[in-house]
Write a protein that binds this ligand. Structure first.
Ligand SMILES: NC(=O)C1=CN([C@@H]2O[C@H](COP(=O)(O)OP(=O)(O)OC[C@H]3O[C@@H](n4cnc5c(N)ncnc54)[C@H](O)[C@@H]3O)[C@@H](O)[C@H]2O)C=CC1
Ligand SMILES: C[N+](C)(C)CC(=O)CC(=O)[O-]
Length: 527
């Protein structure tokens, strides 16, 4: 006799592999950040927030998120989801797979909002709360489907910081926690389940301890807010982005490691260094003192400018971490690499550029870290853009991550790069590729870099690549599938003639008068 597994009840069906529609209830600092995170992952988002300026605020946070993503990654982001605003909770949550509550931190208000969500939400939907400290068991009490409720506590800015503490209450179904972690992954987020519920969870417990102590240091005139921030950002703040507390202290224990560290510094915890259990009296005088010092610290910096600087710094840190550990990525950078890998795989599966007759195209923007002391894009970034464009072509002919993993790849063996103009900070660039020739081992390319929408070249690169067996490091014939894709691209590419500048060598310098203006020397070298 064949026994069939029981059909899952409707309210225990795992939501979906990927989220399609999310409802954000509350669109302030955190709700707006969630909106950006979900929309930029291609998910439709419906918002309900009674604030008269809610739509403007959400769209401003979204614009910040778009600006940050344009700098964060070259991977093909999906088309953003559709953003809609709704007058009622019921309208916003209709058809939602995930409902994220981000209303102000008041138990009574949150419970009222969650009751309204619970009464009308689709049976399969997960319900997350952004609360930074309220207990999930207190929030889920009284819900008709408490098993699908949990705390999903993010960090500001939600569109860039990947962590979400997933905290179940006593009535949360364990499957809900697993679903939440899985559903967040394609948005580039890391859902971290917290084993036991506790007020303020893990992150805010740590932050509050630090903040409490910081307020005492200001109150007691030990330092001002600028000094305190300097102490963090010039020292352990830099460490924390990449190794946290315990890994950092393990290293600080020297060769004897954590045991030695605990033995040496553990007893110091009994010295009265901190005032952690005392709460400073945030009276008018202290509030005024902190606010005045903070105003002085940030003179001339608007909130939006501070957000931009914060986002650019975070993007830089994430990108640095992506290249760490010999390119395998580290911490949040490893997660970014996985997110990008996923985006590339999805883009390949969808093959949106299949009809483009140009063999490869890439868009890029000149980032602050790309600009040198001459105020324009520095040399190696040109090679990066051309290399990334080559990668677009390689993926198009099937030389993708799986192909490389299987043991073969194309290696660049020669590049001739010509600088014909200057690319400046913030400019949008476009690179396109012509295949000059290929055979079973060689691939000869010509890239042209322009400003987006303008035809005049800023630079060109001619490259020769060899198909290589990675184990032996030697040239090897590419398989027929790759060669026939190349042939198809060559047949359809718009340009069939040798482009201007192809086949050029670097001309030897002619002796110049010491007084020749530089631009004359440069233009002379071009011809
Ligand atoms: N601001 C932060 O750094 C973080 C905040 N959180 C948590 O996120 C939640 C929201 O905080 P913020 O975004 O900072 O507050 P916020 O004040 O910026 O935004 C709250 C939004 O909720 C809206 N709202 C009020 N009543 C509503 C209702 N009945 N239905 C729908 N929307 C309603 C308000 O109009 C406002 O736009 C809180 O639980 C907070 O603890 C979590 C992580 C970080
Ligand atoms: C201040 N806060 C408690 C609301 C902060 C958080 O919850 C997390 C964060 O982004 O720091």
């Amino acid at each position: 006799m064949v026994t069939r597994a029981p059909e899952p009840r409707e309210d225990t069906v795992i939501a979906r592999q990927d989220l399609r529609r999310v409802a954000c209830i509350g669109g302030g600092v955190i709700g707006g950040g969630w909106v950006a995170r979900f929309l930029l992952a291609g998910i439709d988002v419906a918002v309900h927030d009674p604030h008269p300026d809610a739509e403007r605020i959400v769209r401003e946070v979204l614009a910040n998120g778009q600006r940050a993503y344009a700098r964060l990654t070259q991977a093909p982001l999906p088309a953003p989801g559709t953003l809609t605003f709704h007058a009622t909770i019921e309208a916003a949550i209709a058809g939602a797979d995930w409902i994220q509550e981000s209303v102000p931190e008041r138990l009574d208000l949150k419970r009222g909002v969650l009751a309204a969500i619970d009464a009308a939400c689709p049976a399969h939907a997960l319900i997350g709360s952004s609360t930074s400290g309220l207990l999930p068991s207190d929030l889920q009490a009284g819900l008709t489907r408490p098993g699908r409720f949990f705390v999903a506590h993010p960090y500001n800015p939600v569109y860039l910081l990947p962590l979400v503490e997933i905290v179940p209450g006593s009535l949360t179904d364990p499957q809900t926690v697993a679903d939440a972690v899985a559903l967040l992954a394609p948005t580039g987020m890391k859902g971290v389940p917290i084993a036991k519920e506790i007020d303020a969870f893990v992150g805010d417990r740590l932050l509050e301890a630090l903040w409490r102590e910081a307020l005492w240091l200001i109150q007691d005139d030990i330092c001002d807010v600028e000094t305190l921030d300097d102490v963090i950002r010039y020292s352990f703040g830099l460490r924390w982005a990449q190794m946290g507390l315990f890994q950092t202290y393990r290293i600080a224990g020297g060769e004897a490691g954590m045991r030695h560290f605990l033995g040496q510094f553990g007893p110091a915890l009994k010295w009265p260094w901190t005032k952690l259990t005392d709460v400073v009296d945030l009276d008018e005088a202290l509030v005024e003192k902190i606010a005045a010092q903070s105003d002085a610290q940030n003179e001339g910096l608007s909130l939006r400018r501070l957000e931009e600087i914060r986002d650019e710094n975070l993007v830089g840190i994430l990108q640095a971490l992506k290249g760490a550990d010999e390119g395998r990525g580290w911490g949040a950078g490893k997660l970014l690499a996985a997110f990008e890998g996923d985006l590339w795989r999805k883009a390949q599966a969808a093959s949106p550029d299949e009809d483009d007759p140009v063999p490869a195209r890439l868009s890029a923007r000149v980032e602050p870290s790309w600009v040198d002391y001459n105020g324009h894009m520095t040399e190696h970034r040109y090679l990066q853009v051309f290399g990334d464009t080559t990668d677009v072509l390689l993926r198009r002919i099937g030389v993708d991550a799986a192909y490389v993993e299987a043991g073969a790849s194309y290696y660049t063996v020669e590049t001739h790069l010509r600088h014909l103009g200057e690319a400046r900070l913030g400019e949008d660039l476009a690179c396109r590729t012509q295949i000059l020739s290929f055979d079973d081992k060689r691939l000869h390319l010509f890239h042209v870099l322009t400003r987006a929408g303008i035809d005049e070249p800023i630079a060109t690169a001619e490259q020769m690549l060899l198909h290589v067996d990675r184990a032996s490091g030697r040239a090897a014939a590419a398989p027929e599938a790759v060669l026939s894709r190349l042939a198809g691209l060559v047949e359809r590419q718009p340009s069939t003639t040798m482009p201007e500048g192809a086949g050029r060598a670097v001309s030897p310098a002619k002796r110049q008068s010491d007084h020749s203006p530089v631009h004359e020397q440069v233009s002379d070298r071009r011809h």
